[in-house]
Design a protein around this ligand. Structure first.
Ligand code: NDP
Length: 338
């Protein structure tokens, strides 16, 4: 059973492939009788930015740290190959928390959802039909109180979550602008995901000036994925009574100390609602979410771009790549198709 192990905690800087290693162990392909466990064959693993937070101890973090020397875990799509649990049978497909290895012995209840609809690519359950999709849905519709005509800004806009936030906003009749870290990603936002406009934040001398260009009257909704300087510039360009969904702040994840944000007092003057959320608090809405998005996905009204790495050997590089912006769309790893 091939596994990916975290060698040690990474306090500072972007994690490297060498902070992880591949290990070969043996596993009995059986869910032991009386264990109430299930044996999963992992088909797809999801690379997610929050995994960086688990690579070290952070006071008050919502994510527990990985234990050095142990297998990483995260979201994935798996098939049940043996079961000693009454709710699961051999052949069931599930998405949820699994381990970074070929086979995992899991004891429900973990965060596991049965996959009923296989009329779409199975890999979608690591993205649009899984955790990132739910994040975009509850973050945008649940936190931002959007309405037709709102002016919406999305950062990390071409990624797993951002590409969907932009499309949800367009379906509602909003004006949407996204930022991303390469010209190719900017093109995708405009031509594939239907954003009204987009810019490459790495090529802008000032994000504040870019926002003034795209939002001369100000921003109603900001979907926050990156934090730091971008957040400061956004605060200066929000409208009175604007809403910000604090989804993530990836620009801060590799820093020992987070950067200061200078414009926070503008929250008061502009009566801005700035609300953080964690997607797993909202999984009760998963059935409602599926009902809303499955139709539009099958009709091609919502599209989803994936970046698929092949094989567990490539998983550490794929994870690290998120912090260099190497992924174009949702980053995942394919272990097996059967
Ligand atoms: P993405 O697919 O967008 O991948 C991460 C992207 O972040 C990279 O491709 C890169 O894109 C961008 N990025 C990396 N480093 C920086 C940096 N220093 N400054 C600015 N941008 C950077 O990831 P997800 O869509 O999966 O996640 C987006 C955000 O949502 C993250 O902050 C994540 O932590 C958060 N999240 C929060 C959840 C919640 O429950 N609150 C659940 C899921 C995700 P580029 O080339 O454009 O720079």
């Amino acid at each position: 059973n091939k596994q990916v192990i975290l060698k040690h905690h990474v306090v500072d800087g972007i994690p490297q492939e060498s902070d992880m290693e591949l290990r070969l162990t043996t596993i009995t392909l059986k869910a032991p009788s009386g264990s109430a466990s299930i044996l999963l064959k992992n088909l797809y693993l999801s690379c997610d930015p929050y995994m960086r937070l688990r690579m070290r101890h952070i006071q008050g973090s919502y994510a527990d740290s990985y234990v050095p020397g142990e297998v990483l875990y995260g979201y994935g799509v798996s098939r049940v190959v043996d079961s000693d649990h009454p709710d699961y049978k051999i052949g069931d497909l599930v998405w949820g928390i699994t381990k970074w290895e070929e086979y995992s012995l899991i004891k429900p209840p973990w965060q596991l959802f049965k996959i009923e609809d296989t009329d779409v690519p199975l890999s979608y359950y690591t993205g649009i039909l899984g955790m990132p999709g739910m994040t975009a849905y509850v973050g945008f519709h649940g936190i931002c109180s959007p309405k037709e005509g709102d002016k919406v800004f999305v950062s990390a806009a071409s990624g797993a979550v951002g590409q969907l936030v932009g499309q949800f906003a367009k379906l509602l009749g909003c004006y949407v602008v996204g930022s991303a870290g390469s010209n190719a990603k900017v093109e995708l936002l405009k031509t594939k995901f239907g954003f009204d406009d987009a810019f490459n934040y790495k090529e802008e001398e000032s994000i504040d000036a870019a926002l003034k260009r795209y939002f001369p009257e100000g921003i109603d909704i900001y979907f926050e994925n990156v934090g730091g300087k971008t957040l400061d510039a956004v605060l200066a360009n929000m409208k009175v009574h604007g809403r910000i969904a604090a989804c993530g702040m990836i620009s801060q994840y590799n820093l020992r100390e987070p950067e200061g944000v200078h414009n926070l007092m503008l929250l008061i003057a502009k009566r801005i609602r700035f609300e953080g959320f964690i997607v797993s608090d909202h999984y009760d809405k998963y059935p409602e979410f599926l009902k809303k998005v499955l139709g539009p996905i099958k009709e091609g009204k919502i599209i989803y771009l994936e970046d698929i790495a092949e094989g567990l050997e490539r998983a550490p590089a794929a994870l690290v790549g998120l912090f260099y912006g190497r992924n174009v769309g949702k980053q995942l790893v394919r272990l097996s198709t059967d």
